[in-house]
Design a binder for this molecule. Structure first.
Ligand SMILES: *Cc1c(COP(=O)(O)O)cnc(C)c1O
Length: 379
């Protein structure tokens, strides 16, 4: 079976973990965490990068920083991972789901203003598949209505919109280094604090609500409980692993882009024949090949397609179950409109294997996909 995902490791992870072992500093914010933070700051231009133990943790920190209070509303897509919404619900906030664009599958910026109410506190766009949302429009809407923008850039490492790195455009940005992402540490993430206003409080929230970071810099003579907080730091072994990946982040992205392009070129014939729709990358957007997906005609075709490829020894998957239709979504959130694009896309989207090393199977995958799509169209 050709797996859907296989985490890429380059070997240097073990070398750096051995160094962390020798350093004897195992808890958070040791030398490897500092290196990773500095790399993220240099790479993205963010004011302050802070590694977290997951992308979910970064989103939770962002929701605390945005001061989401019970009843406050946050506009986001329903077509996303649960953590985007959970971060808001954990503060007592209400996710307000807006439909996605049919081309990029990102939050439809033309529908955001209709969803704004006096309770709206923030906009939480998700850069689906590492393809940037229309950030200049979203930032302009936020400025007009005095809202905070939190980017869910879990897919977005090294991708750009209008020349700027995803996650470093809004007030706050959240990255993930989960093993299914491009640059990984098993579990892991980072908060990018782009707005100076939030830097000091972010440090405190990440350190269990204490001013421990200021204490270590010698700015206060004792550290104490000063605010809300939790434990959001990764340990140094995780950061050591991640550092080996960051050193290779450019070559990882290049290899993924080559795989992505091979799929894209091969499936042009299917799109021309009207049998599938391929991903759309708008002008001014530099993506990072986080994923390759196809949109099939309907749910029945997709189910048969996934089964057919499985029989051919190829594992493909779909996502997301729209959050507004999920049991917890119905309890904790509301929608703005009917979300027809979200519903349609969630029934028709299939993701193909995209991992470093899949190149040697790619011809086999492409042949099987084309044969399956044509057979389903003919039948
Ligand atoms: C992966 C992901 C997250 C959460 O990241 P973790 O590191 O797994 O906690 C959040 N949002 C989106 C869109 C994701 O794909």
């Amino acid at each position: 079976m050709i797996p859907f995902n296989k985490p890429y490791m380059n070997g240097k992870e073990l070398y750096y973990i051995a160094q962390a072992h020798a350093n004897g500093h195992l808890s958070g914010d040791g030398p490897f965490t500092k290196r990773c933070n500095a790399w993220l700051e240099a790479q993205t231009g963010t004011r302050k990068a802070m590694l977290t133990h997951s992308g979910t943790a970064a989103l939770e920190m962002a929701a605390i920083l945005a001061d989401i209070q019970p009843g406050d509303e946050v506009i986001m897509p329903s077509f996303t991972f649960v953590s985007t919404a959970n971060a808001v619900v954990l503060r007592g906030g209400v996710p307000v789901f807006v439909d996605i664009r049919p081309d990029t599958l990102n939050l439809d910026e033309t529908q955001i203003e209709a969803a704004i109410t006096p309770r709206t506190k923030a906009i939480l766009p998700v850069h689906y598949a590492g393809v940037g949302c229309a950030m200049e429009t979203i930032m302009a809407i936020a400025a007009r209505h005095n809202l905070i923008v939190i980017e869910d850039a879990a897919h977005g490492i090294l991708a750009r919109y209008g020349g700027r790195e995803l996650g470093a455009i809004g007030h706050l940005g959240c990255l993930s280094f989960h093993e299914t992402k491009n640059v990984i540490s098993g579990e892991g993430g980072a908060l990018l604090v782009n707005d100076e206003r939030f830097v000091q409080r972010a440090e405190i929230i990440r350190e269990k609500g204490t001013n421990r970071s200021a204490f270590f810099r010698g700015e206060v003579d004792k550290y104490t409980w000063v605010d809300l907080g939790s434990s959001y730091l990764p340990n140094e072994l995780t950061a050591a692993f991640l550092w080996a990946q960051m050193e290779e982040a450019y070559s990882i992205t290049e290899r993924r882009l080559a795989i992505w392009q091979t799929y894209h070129d091969a499936f042009a014939v299917l799109e021309v024949a009207g049998l599938v729709r391929r991903p759309v990358i708008p002008d001014g957007v530099i993506h990072n090949a986080h994923m390759y997906y196809l949109l099939l005609p309907d749910l029945e075709t997709r189910t048969a397609f996934i089964d057919g490829l499985k029989a051919a020894g190829i594992h493909t998957v779909f996502h997301y179950v729209p959050l507004h239709s999920a049991p917890a979504g119905r309890r904790y959130s509301r929608t703005c409109g009917d979300l027809p694009v979200t519903t349609s896309v969630s029934e028709r989207l299939v993701r193909l294997p995209l991992w470093i090393g899949v190149e040697e199977y790619q011809e086999q995958i492409i042949d099987a996909v084309i044969a399956q799509v044509q057979a389903l169209a003919g039948g």
